[in-house]
Design a protein around this ligand. Structure first.
Ligand code: ADP
Ligand code: MG
Length: 338
């Protein structure tokens, strides 16, 4: 079963950036206001995320990396209404099967922090034969997760990875998108060895969305954005639409779409193609759009039970809702480009 678990884990975690996405969502679920990401060799040698969230209680550490262990579902009915990201309790378990995982964590009510190491879903000692109990240590409130030697035990996954620079840019891309969506939460991302001041991405506590978009994507993008929103949450569509769309002045080689559904970074090819179509058919010079789009959909209308690698997410009344999105963007484009 160890090998089966490892293969299953390798199906959930494909590359450093998708491990990081799961870890980032956990930090956000924990109510963090500061999240720092550190990477070595594109996250393959080491990927570390430090947050100042709730921390994990000492008693929860032994079972933390058991599959389906989650603090986010209390009863079955919650499955239908759960609003937090990923609810299956599989992310940490999977990561522990395909890497060396260390968790350092401190809750506010605990006098000290604890360090726990995991392998194949279980607590392990640092050295062979050492007892596997979490060890007391000093650390700030919050949680630090350190993932080392990702895929050391699955050669085919390791071989499928790209150059370290490419894996790192995917990590940076994920952090940037979550930073925009969670503007106000301070996030940073850097390579090991670089000073904090040399972070590749750094946002501040309390920044506005436009400020973060400027920090992550540059002023040429942020200065040409228009906000749109439509609240249809009380209609039969049950959706709240909110976002920013670029005007005609932005020169991009390809479409940038930051799509969040119920606060989860997802993809939806129909939304993307319909928006691209709007830009190419109605604007002079057919520019490629930059779009940040957040949809809050009634939980029972969207399939949240989506596999972490299956990024494409579909929802009820999709055609009608996409129509509303495209119309909202069209309205602001024509209002601002006449
Ligand atoms: P899920 O997020 O689906 O519950 P995970 O495997 O991602 O499953 O995480 C398991 C559990 O570990 C979470 O439910 C949460 O209780 C705890 N946890 C993980 N990361 C953090 C963190 N950064 N801060 C606080 N608790 C965390
Ligand atoms: Mg999770």
């Amino acid at each position: 079963t160890l090998v089966i678990n490892r293969i299953a884990a390798g199906e959930i975690i494909h590359r450093p950036s998708n491990a990081l996405k799961e870890l980032l969502e956990n930090s956000l679920d924990a109510g963090s206001t500061q999240i720092q990401v550190l990477s070595k060799d594109g996250g393959m040698k080491m990927l570390q995320i430090q947050d100042n969230g709730s921390g994990i209680h000492k008693d929860d550490l032994p079972l933390l990396c058991e599959r389906f262990t989650t603090s986010k579902i209390q009863k079955y009915e919650d499955l239908e209404t759960i609003q937090t990201y990923g609810f299956r309790g599989e992310a940490l378990a999977s990561i522990s099967h395909v890497s060396h995982l260390t968790v350092v964590t401190k809750t506010r009510d605990s006098v000290c922090a604890y360090r726990a190491k995991y392998s194949d879903g279980k607590l392990t000692g640092s050295k062979l034969g050492e007892n596997a109990e979490p060890k007391q240590c000093a650390a700030n409130d919050g949680t630090q997760i350190i993932v080392e030697d990702l895929f050391y035990n699955i050669p085919y996954r390791r071989q499928a990875l790209k150059k370290t620079s490419e894996e790192y840019s995917r990590i940076l891309d994920v952090v940037g998108k979550y930073a925009v969506h969670n503007a106000g939460v301070a996030m940073s991302c850097r390579k090991l060895g670089n000073k904090v001041s040399g972070s590749d991405l750094q946002t501040n506590v309390g920044s506005s969305k436009l400020e973060v978009i400027q920090q992550v994507y540059g002023r040429s993008v942020s200065s040409n954005l228009f906000e749109f929103s439509k609240d249809l949450s009380t209609t039969n569509l049950g959706v709240k639409i909110n976002g920013y769309a670029s005007g005609t002045n932005v020169e991009q080689r390809k479409t940038t779409l930051l799509l969040f559904i119920n606060n989860r970074l997802v993809e939806n090819s129909q939304i993307k193609s319909n928006i691209e179509q709007l830009y190419s058919s109605t604007l002079p010079r057919s520019p490629k759009p930059f779009i940040y789009l957040s949809l809050l959909i009634k939980p029972q209308y969207v399939d949240v039970n989506v596999h972490p690698t299956k990024k494409e997410v579909h929802f009820l009344n999709q055609d009608l809702i996409i129509n509303e999105i495209v119309n909202s963007i069209q309205d602001i484009l024509f209002k601002n480009n006449d």
